[in-house]
Design a protein around this ligand. Structure first.
Ligand code: SAH
Length: 204
C-alpha cells in the first residue's frame, strides 16, 4: 500500500486542512525504530526506547485537531517520546516546549528533531507533571501521557480566555478519558472527548 493511501485512511474524519497538511509533512517512519519500519504507517502504537511507545497516528491527528492550534500559538507538550507528535505541533504553531522524563528519549528526540530542521522546539529532559512554569503562559497544552487526576498546577499555566489543554485523565494503562479543558471567563471548563489508553505519568 502506498504512503498516500495510508495517510488518507488515517486522516478520515479530520476536518482541519492545516492539521491534514501538517500530518502529511511529517514522515512517521523517521520516528519509528529500524526494527519496526514495515509497520511505520500501521494505525497502532509501536515500541520505542525506554519502554515507551510512539502514539497511534490516527489518535495523534485527532488530538491535534482538538487542540485547534493557531499559527502564533505557544504550545506545551508533556511526553515527547519519539518526537513525532512534537513535530506535528511545531508545523502548526510558533513555538513548542516539550517535556520528557526519560533522558534517553529526550536526547534522541532532540537530535532527531534538530536533524529534521525544526528550530521552534525546546525539549526539556525532566519530570513534566508540574508543567514548565518558566515559559508559561501557553495557548495550548497537550498531554501524551496519562495524568491520574486533573492536574491543577499544569492547567494554571494556560493563558487567558480561549486557551485550552487536551489531556488523558485516569489510571495508567487502563481506560482513561481524553479531556479538553477550555478557559472561558477566567475558568477552566472540562469536556470529555474519548476513551483512550496512554502510558501513565512516571515519577522521578
Ligand atoms: N507522543 C509521543 C509518545 C509519548 S509516550 C510520540 O509520538 O512518540 C509517553 C511519553 O511520556 C514517554 O516517552 C514517557 O517517557 C513520557 N513520560 C512519562 N512520564 C513523564 C513525566 N512525568 N514527565 C514527562 N514525560 C513523561
Amino acid at each position: 500500500m502506498s504512503y498516500e493511501f495510508h495517510t488518507k485512511q488515517l486522516l478520515r474524519g479530520i476536518q482541519s486542512a492545516r492539521v491534514r497538511e501538517a500530518f502529511n509533512r511529517v514522515d512517521r517512519s523517521q520516528f519509528v525504530p529500524r526494527t519496526h519500519q514495515n509497520e511505520a504507517w500501521a494505525d497502532h502504537p509501536l515500541p520505542i526506547e525506554d519502554q515507551a511507545t510512539i502514539s497511534q497516528p490516527s489518535l495523534v491527528a485527532l488530538m491535534t485537531e482538538w487542540l485547534d492550534i493557531r499559527p502564533g500559538d505557544r504550545v506545551l507538550e508533556i511526553g515527547t517520546g519519539s518526537g513525532y507528535q512534537t513535530a506535528i505541533l511545531a508545523e502548526l504553531c510558533a513555538e513548542v516546549h516539550s517535556i520528557e522524563i526519560s533522558q534517553i528519549l529526550a536526547t534522541s528526540a532532540k537530535q532527531r528533531l534538530d536533524s529534521l530542521g525544526y528550530t521552534n522546539i525546546h525539549v526539556h529532559p525532566c519530570d513534566g507533571a508540574q508543567g514548565w512554569p518558566s515559559a508559561a503562559p501557553y495557548d495550548r497544552i497537550l498531554g501524551t501521557v496519562a495524568f491520574p487526576r486533573k492536574p491543577d498546577a499544569l492547567l494554571e499555566q494556560l493563558g487567558g480566555d480561549g486557551s485550552l489543554a487536551v489531556l488523558p485523565i485516569g489510571p495508567a494503562w487502563q481506560t482513561q478519558t481524553l479531556t479538553r479543558y477550555l478557559v472561558r471567563d477566567g475558568k477552566c471548563h472540562a469536556t470529555n472527548c474519548l476513551p483512550v489508553c496512554f502510558l501513565g505519568l512516571r515519577e522521578e
